[in-house]
Design a protein around this ligand. Structure first.
Ligand SMILES: NC(=O)c1ccc[n+]([C@@H]2O[C@H](COP(=O)([O-])OP(=O)(O)OC[C@H]3O[C@@H](n4cnc5c(N)ncnc54)[C@H](O)[C@@H]3O)[C@@H](O)[C@H]2O)c1
Length: 247
């Protein structure tokens, strides 16, 4: 069993990780959450400095606001981390890079194996179809805070080149689409766990590659697998490519 501290334990993803942990050989020894009303099967603390338990790794499904406290704790304890929260800014990414000099850090805006395959196929399609125009559409439930989704940004990075420009919606635009644009479109409603579509539009034809998350267990499973992986690594930054392909 791998002992893990779960940050964001009382949220939607925290509940999924808690439910699946034991079946994936993970024991959650403590949770950290700033706002917990749920009754959890392990001690919950509002901040890392109150955590008493020892662990081999941290899994984080919370919010970027908690990142700096989490990294301070993990680097002090030399504890590997799996960062699954989304919405990090430039400052956050710099802090993650710095922490990765001291501890192993696994980060993916999408922990699903299927999305990793989608990203790989999209990068290949973009390289094979340089003249085709790319549009990314994502759909999520009505409680999601950030837009575009971290996964949409990840897919953008997979298909973009130096000339690309992200265009978020086209409201108010009065000119034709330019070839270097990559349209990004966020739909929010209901209980959609996550849907991403990348379209490659050419003359007389178009191709769409898409992924549909039917429930959140795919992300929890990926994060639990990543926790086992990261616990044995040297300091550095790791992602799904490292986990799936050993890159
Ligand atoms: N990487 C992936 O595969 C993946 C998949 C789904 C969701 N996510 C991301 O994971 C995060 C959580 O998603 P969710 O749907 O569970 O959200 P949620 O709002 O249901 O849960 C977030 C939890 O984090 C807690 N929290 C907020 N700020 C905190 C802080 N500073 N310190 C500790 N706890 C804090 C909240 O109280 C809440 O219980 C989001 O950023 C979401 O985009 C990532």
């Amino acid at each position: 069993m791998l002992n893990v501290i779960l940050c964001g334990a009382c949220g939607r993803m925290g509940a999924q990780v808690t439910a699946l942990a034991e079946s994936r050989n993970v024991k959650i020894v403590a949770g950290v959450d700033v706002n917990c009303r749920a009754d959890m099967p392990y001690p919950i603390y509002p901040s890392f400095d109150l955590v008493q338990e020892e662990a081999a790794a941290i899994i984080d499904f919370s919010r970027p606001e908690g990142l700096h406290a989490l990294l301070a704790y993990a680097t002090e304890k030399k504890m590997p981390v799996v960062l699954a929260s989304t919405g990090y800014n430039e400052n956050d990414r710099t802090a993650i890079k710095k922490a990765a000099e001291i501890i192993p850090v696994f980060r993916s805006a999408n922990m699903s194996l299927g999305v990793f395959v989608l990203k790989t196929l999209c990068a290949r399609a973009a390289a094979m179809l340089p003249e085709y125009e790319i549009e990314i559409i994502e759909k999520h439930h009505n409680q999601k805070l950030d837009a575009p989704s971290g996964t949409a940004v990840m897919l953008y990075d997979a298909v973009a080149n130096e000339a690309s420009e992200a265009v978020h919606g086209r409201h108010g635009r009065t000119q034709k689409r330019q070839p270097h644009e990559i349209g990004m479109h966020a739909i929010r409603g209901g209980s959609v766990a996550g849907e991403h579509e990348v379209g490659f539009y050419g003359p007389g034809e178009y191709i769409t590659l898409s992924h549909l998350a039917q429930d959140r267990s795919i992300f929890a499973n990926g994060a639990l697998r990543a926790a086992h992986f990261i616990a044995g690594q040297a300091p550095g930054e790791y992602d799904m490519a490292a986990l799936v392909e050993g890159l």
